[in-house]
Design a protein around this ligand. Structure first.
Ligand code: IPM
Ligand code: MG
Length: 361
């Protein structure tokens, strides 16, 4: 089992270090190799996704990824910005299926900005298509307009597009995931306005014929954004395109009040995957030792389950995280009166300790 470890920027290095400790505490043999990515790689090699990093990612079974980005790179040319590293990895490895669970941990129900009864027990799985849509559609660019409201004016454009096989494969992923849960899929589109998303809706409806045991409904994205805060527990599996999925998954993560807790997985058709916390690089708190490593530790658990076939070890990590929360330890982002504030390292070490307990039975 070969794991590429790509900590990236900001708090990335601190949180990934804790997840690596947790992996080492399992009785499994891994080959782990670390490489630079994002702004850190740009500083060292002049590119956010150097050839050597991409090569390592390609030849690994799984990638444990921290986060990339820092405001100080905002003025670089787009191809050199840290975000291009993650987009490049998604594209080069064909990581089309992005799983973003939004789970509300009972101990943290008070951390949400929504009323506890709305989110207690919340368990949504957003499945976001990750290699198509307006993110990657060509053509795109800047030019002088030859038509429209202001011919002769400077303009910019992107292209929203999806092919039938792209929609079919993500629809299959969603229906299969729903079969292991409550057998309900909501497909989110904008079919009332966009040709691309009328097509999306048609193709998802076609694929659904192969899954008569799963319920499917369709929702416009604006309504979905509203329903997510109004009655989030109505949702179970949500499947949508790259752009809408980007927005809705941030919204869903905040329902739980603890974005520092949410892992994610991005898989290709060979189950090779990239695993990263749902939160970003948080440069404002980098190096202070206060970031929450749990989203990354839980991402390592998803990695064991999806790409490395070690469901038992994944369960053990998740149980350890729950027991650490139950014991009252909190990083500052999830701290509340009556709980004990700990650092990034202390939280990682507490998970390692809880893990060791479960081995000893
Ligand atoms: C995400 C992020 C990325 C995206 C950025 C960093 C390119 O927001 O993973 O959701 O837009 O997909
Ligand atoms: Mg995003």
């Amino acid at each position: 089992m070969k794991i590429a470890v790509l900590p990236g920027d900001g708090i990335g290095t601190e949180i990934v270090a804790e997840a690596v400790k947790v992996l080492h505490a399992l009785d499994l043999k891994f080959e782990m190799e670390e490489a630079l990515v994002g702004g850190a790689a740009y500083e060292a090699h002049g590119h956010p996704l150097p050839e050597s990093t991409l090569k390592l990612a390609k030849e690994s079974d799984a990638i444990l990824f921290g986060a990339v980005g820092d405001w100080k790179y905002d003025n670089l040319d787009r191809p050199l910005r840290p975000e291009q590293a993650i987009l490049g990895l998604r594209k080069s490895l064909g990581l089309f299926a992005n799983f973003r669970p939004a789970i509300c941990y009972e101990e943290l129900v008070g951390a949400s900005s929504l009323k506890p009864e709305l989110i207690s027990g919340l368990d949504i799985l957003i499945i976001r298509e990750l290699t198509g849509d307006i993110y990657f559609g060509q053509p795109r660019g800047r030019r002088v307009a030859t038509d429209g409201h202001f011919p002769g004016a400077e303009e910019a454009f992107d292209t929203m597009r999806y092919s039938r096989p792209e929609i079919e494969r993500i629809a299959h992923v969603a229906f299969q995931a729903a079969r292991k849960r409550s057998k309900k899929v909501t497909s989110v589109d904008k079919a009332n306005v966009l040709e691309t998303f009328q097509f999306w809706k048609d193709v998802v409806t076609d694929v659904h014929k192969e899954y008569p045991d799963v319920a499917l409904d369709h929702m416009y994205v604006d309504n979905a954004a509203m329903q997510l805060v109004k009655e989030p527990k109505k949702f179970d599996v949500v499947v949508t395109g790259n752009m809408f999925g980007d927005i809705l998954s941030d919204e869903a993560s905040m329902l739980t009040g603890s974005i520092g807790m949410l892992p994610s997985a991005s898989l290709n058709s060979q189950n090779q995957g990239l695993y990263e916390p749902s939160h970003g690089s948080a440069p404002d708190i980098a190096g202070k030792g206060i970031a929450n490593p749990l989203a990354t530790i839980l991402s390592a658990a998803m990695m064991l389950r999806f790409s490395l076939n070690q469901a038992n070890s994944a369960d053990r990590i998740e149980t350890a995280v729950k027991s650490v929360l139950a014991s009252g330890l909190r990083t500052v982002d999830i701290w509340s009166e009556g709980t004990q504030k700990v650092s990034t390292r202390e939280m990682g070490e507490a998970v390692v300790k809880a893990l060791t307990k479960t081995t000893k039975g």
